[in-house]
Design a protein around this ligand. Structure first.
Ligand SMILES: C[S@@+](CC[C@H](N)C(=O)[O-])C[C@H]1O[C@@H](n2cnc3c(N)ncnc32)[C@H](O)[C@@H]1O
Length: 297
């Protein structure tokens, strides 16, 4: 991460127990490595010694929960809760990042950013305000040695960040914001003219201009706010200043894509759905379904 602003220091210190994790990352061995693009973002290690491998495994375990991935470091397979390559592969035919400035807002541990290195963009920047995911990024990047910037900031900080981007990804974030229109306006303001935004969000079926607002939680997630119909999402995008709304895909989330593994602490999709009717969440709402879109500034 570049020089930390006061806001980033505040976000880092709000995370409990971050100090021991930072120390473990600082003490990782410096090894000869190379990386391999694939469903699992892979890191090959030349002549690893037993002690180094133990340090790597212990640090990876201390950094749980691994929501996004998978990653492979030497023989160690970090089988994250989400098979993030499914979303990545869905979007992959729709972008070419070569020579572009790219931001991933809500980048989590940077899985997509590491995959995007393959396109040789001009600059990759990730934004995420959750300090654990920043630690996971630094752990992986210790071996990748990329010049990806990781900013411990949220979508709401884009205005004061100052830089503009050719392409922005904002995946799985919109429904976490209580002000989706404000969020879309921030994204629009951070794009160069004619720049592209790739967005996915939970959706509900129907043609009306409405959104579901869960009473307390959705799929046991407490910070889910508005879940729009596609028509509402298109309306929001237009009113936030975007043009050329392109519907790329609609996909229900299933237990192939999201499931409990030994690399997460706690529950996963199988615990979030009604055990007697998997078309509903435990709260009785329609089961998670996502819409993927591309819009332009
Ligand atoms: C459901 S995950 C999506 C991760 C990834 N983008 C994906 O699609 O697989 C939501 C992510 O948004 C991050 N997040 C939470 N609040 C945010 C904010 N205000 N701005 C940007 N990201 C945020 C979380 O830390 C988390 O990594």
């Amino acid at each position: 991460m570049s020089e930390k602003s006061d806001r980033q220091k505040e976000l880092a210190s709000s995370w409990k127990n971050i100090k021991p994790l930072r120390q473990m990352i600082d003490e990782l061995p410096h090894l000869q490595t190379s990386f391999v693009f694939g469903d699992a973002f892979g890191i090959d290690i030349q002549n690893p010694d037993k002690h180094s491998l133990e340090l790597i495994q212990n640090t990876a375990l201390a950094l749980r929960s691994w929501r996004k991935g998978p990653f492979r470091i030497g023989e160690l397979f970090i089988d994250s809760e989400w098979k993030s390559f499914i979303k990545y592969d869905l979007l992959r035919p729709h972008f070419n990042l070569n020579g572009k400035t790219v931001a991933d807002i809500g980048c989590n541990n940077g899985y997509y950013l590491f995959r995007m290195l393959e396109d040789e963009p001009k600059k990759l920047t990730g934004f995420d305000p959750t300090a654990l995911f920043w630690c996971q990024f630094d752990f992986i990047n210790h071996f990748v040695k990329s010049d990806i910037s990781y900013e411990l900031l949220g979508v709401e900080d884009l205005g004061s960040y100052g830089e503009k981007f050719d392409v922005i990804f904002c995946l799985g974030v919109l429904y976490h914001r209580s002000d989706p229109l404000g969020c879309l306006k921030s994204l629009c303001g951070a794009l160069e003219k004619n720049g592209e935004l790739f967005l996915d969000t939970f959706m509900i079926d129907g043609d009306e201009n409405i959104a579901l607002y869960p009473k307390e939680s959705y799929s046991k997630i407490s910070n889910v706010h508005f879940i729009p119909t596609i028509s509402t999402l298109q309306n929001w995008c237009g009113r936030a200043g975007f043009k050329d709304f392109e519907l790329l895909a609609i996909k229900p989330t299933d237990t192939n894509e999201q499931r409990r593994t030994e690399w997460i602490l706690g529950e996963s999709l199988e615990d979030f759905l009604d055990p007697n009717d998997s078309s509903k969440t435990v709260e009785g709402y329609p089961a998670p379904k996502r819409v993927y879109v591309k819009v332009k500034r």
